[in-house]
Ligand binder design. Sequence first.
Ligand code: ADP
Length: 494
Amino acid sequence: MIQIPQYHPEILIIDDEKGIREGLKRLLKNEHLTVDAASTLEEGRKKGLSKEWDLYLIDLKLPDGDGIELLKDYKAAFPEAVCIIMTAFGSISSAVDAVKLGAFSYITKPFLPDEFLTIVRQALEHRWYIVEARRLREEQHQRFLEVAYEQSRLKTILNSIGDGVMVFNRDQELVLYNRRLVALLELKKPLMIGENVLNLLPAVITDNIRKILDSPLEQAAIREEIPIPSRDEKIVEIQFSPILTERKELLGVTVIVRDITESKRLEKVKNQFVNMVAHELKAPIAAIVGYLDMILNRTLGEELKAYDRYIDRCIQRALGLQNLVNDLLNLSRMEAGTVRREIVDLDAVPVIREILDFYSEELKKKNIRLICRMPDSLFLRMDEEDLKKILNNLISNGIKYNRENGELRVCCATENSWVVLEIEDTGIGMTNEEQQNLFKEFYRAKNKFTRDISGTGLGLSIVKKIVDNYSGKIEVHSQFQQGTTFRVLLPKEF
Ligand code: ADP
């Protein structure tokens, strides 16, 4: 019959004459075909519609109706069904009508086996083309779906990348790009795939793409950092890399754009910080070296007593350095998050009393009147060392920057869900500009009143960091030459 791999046609015979039915079955089975049969219209309908057979052999005259009805039903259910009508010689016109209704062909009874097999062969070949066309259509559809899926997958991946990406072919045409690229480069016009869009890009990018594409030799990847004019002063790092085949033929260029604004900012802050630390260390060290040099050279004679003043200054400067180092360590531990905090139900009142007690000598020295307004106890959830650091800095500043015979008012109270600490002095105060910079690392107001007061300029940055850690607030009210009030609000529950 027809020998095509993977093609195993199934044939249904509908004929009421048992002899013909069985004879045809045998004939077809000899040809290694799969055959089934029905003897009535009803049985033929049931079997024939249960699935799409490769070939229907329909007798026109059936005991319970016209075979044409079956043809119509099969064609309605399976428009590509291949049907051969078997008819007696007298009813050829009906067979012709059946062909008009979509039957593949007809054969008149009685027929010879060869005659029958020839027409079956033709029908099965015809059927094979139908099945094959269907398979190809399905395959094409599947491939189309796969391509569409691949494309959308690539697009999804590209758009989920945090860096901007674009690829150009050798003709400087854009092959692909992602959304992030448009955002990072702040492009105003849309980029069109397949077009030369170099004129829409910053000149540095255009130049480097051309440099790689025009280079006769293999060009190494190029890295550039450029500022992008935008509100937030963005800086991007751009990497241009040639795309090469295994045989080192140039296919195009990839451009990867990365936002490095934050790392640049951190780098700058770090450098500034190192500069500031170096600067702060330089002056006291130079002073200590100067004083020690005087002593070594016996500048004031052999009498050791004559040098007491300078030895004392050395000690003061060294203590200043010690404070600076301690403050720096505190800051860096806080930045690194390595400070161990023990959050407990803490009564703030005895802690405040302890700190005030510690400063009683200093208060006396400047004859500062201490006014305290506090309840018997005031609990909040906090680490004791953190509260001590806040109080130490604010109270020591309230004394340091106070005037002789001044006042220091220390209050603590509850306001809604906050515990409020208020430290008010009657000292040198601050100008508005000084207040703006107060919490910056190493900031120290420079005026005639502060000239002789030592400090590191780190105390308030530490206070601010601790308060922030507790989601608290710090407020300052100050009037130049009148006095300053610091208000720290800490949540009762943390
Ligand atoms: P330090 O006191 O070691 O210089 P701080 O960080 O504690 O550093 O304070 C930063 C600056 O803020 C001080 O140098 C000073 O100019 C100003 N300042 C802080 N507290 C007061 C205050 N109570 N009155 C006036 N100025 C103050």
